[in-house]
Ligand binder design. Structure first.
Ligand SMILES: *[C@@H]1O[C@H](CO)[C@@H](O)[C@H](O)[C@H]1NC(C)=O
Ligand SMILES: *[C@@H]1O[C@H](CO)[C@@H](O)[C@H](O)[C@H]1NC(C)=O
Ligand SMILES: *[C@@H]1O[C@H](CO)[C@@H](O)[C@H](O)[C@H]1NC(C)=O
Ligand SMILES: *[C@@H]1O[C@H](CO)[C@@H](O)[C@H](O)[C@H]1NC(C)=O
Ligand SMILES: *[C@@H]1O[C@H](CO)[C@@H](O)[C@H](O)[C@H]1NC(C)=O
Ligand SMILES: *[C@@H]1O[C@H](CO)[C@@H](O)[C@H](O)[C@H]1NC(C)=O
Ligand SMILES: *[C@@H]1O[C@H](CO)[C@@H](O)[C@H](O)[C@H]1NC(C)=O
Ligand SMILES: *[C@@H]1O[C@H](CO)[C@@H](O)[C@H](O)[C@H]1NC(C)=O
Length: 501
């Protein structure tokens, strides 16, 4: 699918740095290296490593073969059609999004100074030391249209595909919130207060600049908290009815020591009771809420959703399982190295997409078509516990295989089915290390069970995508609706304030 942040077009000037930090899984590269580096020089080492990788990628970039897609032949069977009909009906809930009532209350959006949001986006060419972020942040955070996938995606759904950055939830949530049906302009009548600060975008530049100071990485967050606490509503509630979306993983905002990675935004005392929507949460912090990474699929209508569900349901899948990721930097003892070896070894049943370099970054459909062709996708932890790939996989109707509970089960409870075994496979990583063959485990799952799991993935698909229209979809709750309703419901339940134990 569209796993990287920037639309790295192949026609960049040769002297510009390749748009690769996302390809490198840059949110996490540091964590991968952490155990191998001296504690006191982490940031310097991190910077050097990134520069080195950039260089390698620059050298290896030109000769990437263009993937030729084998367009799937829709192959509907009588059973899958009947399941289709029931799940479409269950997906559309007449009451929730079409009715005017807001049973869980309304949201007030703080009118922050532009410095905290629109000016950051205006400055998109300068947010990142390597490349412009303007394309990625265009289109309300959805990015440019994904034209490169035309061979894989049917004509009628193609306009729903974008080249979306995985770190763009701050924009996506803000835009949707401005048009939210349960928005109120009167703070007195609000159940919840939304702070539209682009926390992650504000620090991106400083995360990846070797000489940035802890102060630089904290200043915006501190300024925002000072501004918000000057308003009467934060004081009144101790913060527990306030929320914010932070477009990166929690660990990027949890710096405890000056010299460490990231900002200390979440550790700032005024942030303590504010709920944060994050693509990866700290499962032990009640105020961290995990929300789906944005994928490239942004349906414009319920019809788009239904057409896509039908497309992935009837897709012929010739590969048992697949592994997509940047295989660079996988060190011998890395768990991903074991999976990769198994996958290469079982090449008749497993497909590897090696996203090293800019292979998956320049508009090709390699990843999307691999997920569409596979029954299962392996989702080991990467440099952090979660990966955008989990959602890319599920959107394509492929069944995720997890090795860590924290990759999904302890992250996205509001969005995924309660019973993990209903939509995913869990394999104990120690058994894999001990020689258990992934292939034998997956082959052992009956066809009927596979079909049921896939149907579950397809059923919850609307919960994990971000709809295109600013008002959301008629009759379907998408990830934004689920997240905001979840926050509202929680605030209502805690009426009177969060009970600290
Ligand atoms: C939704 O409304 C339509 C028309 O009003 C009706 O036919 C359909 O049965 C309703 N669906 C549900 C789930 O209530
Ligand atoms: C729709 O609303 C009616 C009455 O408000 C309620 O009885 C029914 O359960 C609701 N249906 C759904 C699918 O939420
Ligand atoms: C960091 O280095 C850049 C140039 O490499 C310079 O423009 C910037 O002012 C420096 N920042 C600090 C805090 O020293
Ligand atoms: C967080 O909430 C607790 C309990 O309501 C309160 O005692 C504490 O002062 C709050 N912290 C802040 C920074 O508002
Ligand atoms: C790959 O297959 C070869 C030959 O079947 C076998 O010797 C080797 O142990 C396998 N490697 C892995 C990692 O499974
Ligand atoms: C992606 O890169 C390959 C190899 O450099 C090139 O042939 C292809 O045209 C590029 N695709 C797009 C959509 O830019
Ligand atoms: C893996 O093998 C080790 C050593 O043989 C054994 O102690 C351990 O229990 C095994 N773990 C699993 C999960 O099978
Ligand atoms: C396959 O399934 C059978 C029966 O459910 C079980 O006994 C066997 O251990 C399974 N094999 C693997 C490799 O999981």
């Amino acid at each position: 699918m569209l796993p990287i942040s920037n639309t790295a077009s192949s026609d960049q000037p040769a002297n510009s740095k390749p748009k690769t930090p996302e390809v490198l899984g840059r949110k996490n590269l540091f964590n991968t290296l952490k155990p191998y580096l001296s504690f006191h020089h982490r940031r310097l080492w991190f910077f050097l490593a990134v520069v080195l990788l950039q260089l390698l990628l620059l050298l290896s970039a030109p000769s990437i073969p263009l993937y030729r897609s084998t367009a799937g032949t829709p192959n509907p069977s009588p059973t899958s059609t009947s399941i289709a009909t029931t799940s479409i009906i269950s997906t559309i809930n007449n009451n929730s999004t079409t009715s005017g009532s807001c049973p869980d209350g309304k949201v007030y959006i703080y009118d922050l100074p532009p410095l905290f949001n629109s000016e950051i986006v205006k400055n998109c060419h300068d947010l990142n030391p390597w490349s412009s972020r303007c394309d990625a942040l265009s289109n309300s955070g959805f990015g440019k249209r994904a034209t490169g996938i035309s061979k894989v995606v049917p004509d009628n759904i193609r306009p729903a595909w974008f080249w979306t950055d995985q770190f763009s939830t701050e924009l996506i949530y803000h835009n949707r919130m401005l048009n939210y049906r349960c928005r109120t302009l009167e703070p007195e009548s609000a159940t919840a207060f939304y702070i539209p600060f682009y926390t992650g975008l504000a620090i991106e530049k400083y995360l990846f600049t070797s000489n940035s100071t802890a102060k630089e990485r904290d200043q915006y967050c501190k300024m925002m908290l000072d501004w918000v606490s000057d308003q009467p509503y934060l004081k009144k509630s101790n913060g527990w009815n306030h929320f914010i979306s932070m477009g990166r993983i929690s660990w990027d905002f949890r710096r405890s020591k000056e010299e460490d990675w990231g900002s200390s935004c979440i550790y700032m005392p005024k942030m303590r009771n504010i709920t944060r929507l994050l693509i990866e949460r700290n499962p032990w912090d009640y105020f961290d809420v995990g929300i789906p990474y944005p994928t490239g699929f942004h349906p414009s209508s319920a019809t788009d959703v239904i057409n896509w569900q039908e497309f992935v349901r009837t897709r012929r899948r010739n590969t048992l399982f697949c592994f997509a990721g940047a295989t660079r930097g996988i060190i011998k003892n890395d768990f991903r190295g074991i999976l990769l070896n198994q996958c290469y070894n079982e090449s008749d049943s497993c497909r590897v997409v090696d996203c090293a370099g800019s292979k998956c970054a320049n508009g090709t459909s390699e990843i999307l078509s691999t997920f569409l062709d596979s029954n299962f996708c392996l989702q080991p932890r990467g440099d952090s516990f979660t990966r955008r790939s989990i959602f890319d996989c599920m959107v394509a109707g492929s069944i995720p295989v997890f090795f860590w509970h924290r990759s999904a089960y302890l992250q996205y409870e509001w969005f995924l089915p309660i019973k993990p075994e209903s939509y995913s496979v869990f394999i104990d990583r120690n058994e894999v290390k001990n020689g258990t063959s992934i292939k034998s485990v997956l082959e052992n799952i009956s066809k009927e069970k596979v079909m049921k799991m896939r149907e579950k993935v397809i059923e919850i698909l609307p919960n994990i995508v971000y709809a295109k229209p600013n008002e959301g979809l008629e009759g379907i709750k998408d990830a934004f609706d689920v997240a905001v309703e979840g926050v509202l419901r929680r605030i209502k339940e805690q009426d009177g304030g969060y009970k600290w134990k």
